[in-house]
Design a protein around this ligand. Structure first.
Ligand code: IPE
Ligand code: IPE
Ligand code: MG
Length: 259
């Protein structure tokens, strides 16, 4: 069990040496690019897959911390449409790991009130993984404490293309008038339909790029990149990212209120 952070209504408290957070200004949706597993493993003389394995515990810790704060929505990048370019061995190991996590940790997530949803093109995933996904989604569908979207075989461009295809279909069938299409209607065809855009996007592993993650949704998202590799990204790093987010002024194109 993780120690309780000790945040009280409207009053930030410091627990141990953790950063001070303002509970009234927590982000509603945080997206995470969990990068750096391979480098973490390499530095220890281990195969890359051991890095992915080590990363799973950090994901569980992240979810638990988010539920506790609360940060009600997390979207985590687990496998991109570009990750098929890796060796077959690594790709298969990643899918096996995803299946194992859904199988072994599902009851725990469920008991903690976590709703799991997988976004991305699941048709190309192994059948056994697709079945675990369906089981996880249906078992947790009534949970309301927090939502965790797992982006698996997800690509921002692919998602925009599938949304466009379904939009055209709706027009062809006379369900939608092209003149009605606006940003909100377009967004309702994306795999993140109905969710607020991420307020904060965290990337571990130090790369300064989006790697095809949530391209539409992150138009005004605050970015936070750390050199910390994903298997080293613990509760404290997450709280540091949130503390930094709370210092930002989100202008959305407006002029600063400070000047
Ligand atoms: C991220 O870690 C996990 C996935 C992309 C599945 P990497 O495997 O990309 O780790 P690095 O970037 O090579 O260190
Ligand atoms: C992004 O990491 C994808 C995931 C974390 C799942 P990558 O390691 O695939 O990104 P690039 O290739 O360095 O941009
Ligand atoms: Mg990487």
């Amino acid at each position: 069990m993780l120690p309780v952070l000790g945040i009280m209504e409207g009053r930030p408290l410091v627990a141990n040496d953790e950063p001070v957070l303002d509970p009234s200004r927590l982000p509603g949706h945080v997206a995470v690019i969990m990068d750096g597993n391979g480098r973490w493993a390499k530095a220890r003389g281990l195969p890359r897959t051991m890095g992915h394995r080590a990363g799973v515990d950090r994901l569980e810790e992240l979810i638990r911390t988010a539920a506790e704060l609360p940060v009600p929505i997390l979207t985590v990048y687990a496998f991109s449409t570009e990750n098929w370019r890796r060796s077959r061995w690594e790709v298969e190991a990643l899918f096996r790991l995803a299946e194992e996590v859904l199988h072994q940790r599902l009851d725990r997530f469920n008991q903690e009130g976590v709703r799991l949803v997988v976004i991305g093109q699941r048709e190309r995933l192994p059948g056994s993984l697709q079945r675990e996904i369906e089981r996880a989604e249906s078992l947790t569908s009534g949970n309301r404490r927090m939502l965790v979207n797992i982006a698996l075989n997800y690509g921002g461009r692919a998602d925009i293309v599938q949304a466009s295809r379904r939009l055209c279909q709706a027009v062809r069938e006379g369900r939608l008038d092209p003149d009605q299409i606006d940003e909100a209607i377009f967004a309702s065809f994306l795999s993140t339909a109905g969710l607020p855009d991420p307020d904060l996007l965290i990337r571990t592993g130090g790369e300064l790029r989006l790697s095809n993650f949530l391209l539409w949704e992150s138009a005004y998202t605050e970015l936070w990149v750390t050199e910390c590799l994903w298997p080293d990204f613990g509760r404290r790093e997450f709280l540091m990212a949130l503390a930094d987010y709370q210092k930002r002024e989100r202008r959305f194109g407006r002029v600063s209120s400070q000047v």
